[in-house]
Design a protein around this ligand. Sequence first.
Ligand code: 0WD
Length: 261
Amino acid sequence: MSLLEGKTALVTGVANRWSIATGIARALHAHGARLAFIYQGERVKDEVEKLAAELGGGKAYACDVSSDEALAALATELARDYGKHDVLVHSIAFVNKEDLAGKVYTTSRGGFALALDISAFSLIALTNALVEVLNDGASIMAMTYLGSTAIVPNYNVAGISKGALESIVRYLAYDLGERGIRVNAISAGPISTASSRQVKDFKSMLIKVENAAPLRRNITAADVGNLAVYLASDLSSAITADVHFVDAGYHAMGMYPGKDA
Ligand code: 0WD
């Protein structure tokens, strides 16, 4: 029997076929999960609907996570079309491009609020909207990055929002633990996507990882998908409130030998 047979998963954050959420959706589908998707707006609707059709014919709902009305409508639609869900994948972030370069202290009040709202608070908002749609024993996972706890030049307010997101993961794990619902973060190494390419000098991050990580390689969205399957499955039934790295071991390095590291 497949690891995720009989489980239903809501996947957020698919923008196109390079999105990390696309890799996660493919892996969840391959292991037997039934999928539902949200998309932010018309710009990405076609891509998401195409992927949904390819991966089992699940539904795709328009939902901007900055809108409480849209989240409430989503909860109603999911309950109507699917009943309960077992997995929630949060793979959403947004930061103004001008805040992904230079000095953190130049971040505007508005840019900070926007980054934290979309990239961190949205996990609270999604959970609150969907709490009755989730089965007891469900698994929630959120995408994060090393820039939450370590300085990654240019990642800036994105890193600050990931710090908040990881803290939210721990508090939600406590809130929902009495229902057996687990909440974890996946800390992925850099992957070239529409979002990550907004970070100044992003390509140099890929070169550094390849040179310095214990596995001497970068990771793919499929690597993230494999970890997501484990976190979605009953194999991780006692695992919650933690940050799980899928970064070829880069986070464990304290000193980087070699001129390109
Ligand atoms: O190196 C990387 N790519 C890493 C990404 C390393 C480690 C973590 N992450 C995280 C990101 O911070 C994010 O949380 O993984 C998550 C997914 O990022 P991604 O796959 O790199 O980026 P992308 O393909 O752009 O998907 C993010 C999507 C948005 O894409 P666009 O390009 O359209 O902005 O998040 C969605 C949107 O589809 N999104 C929203 N969805 C609903 N409501 C909203 C919103 N308000 N804003 C963004």
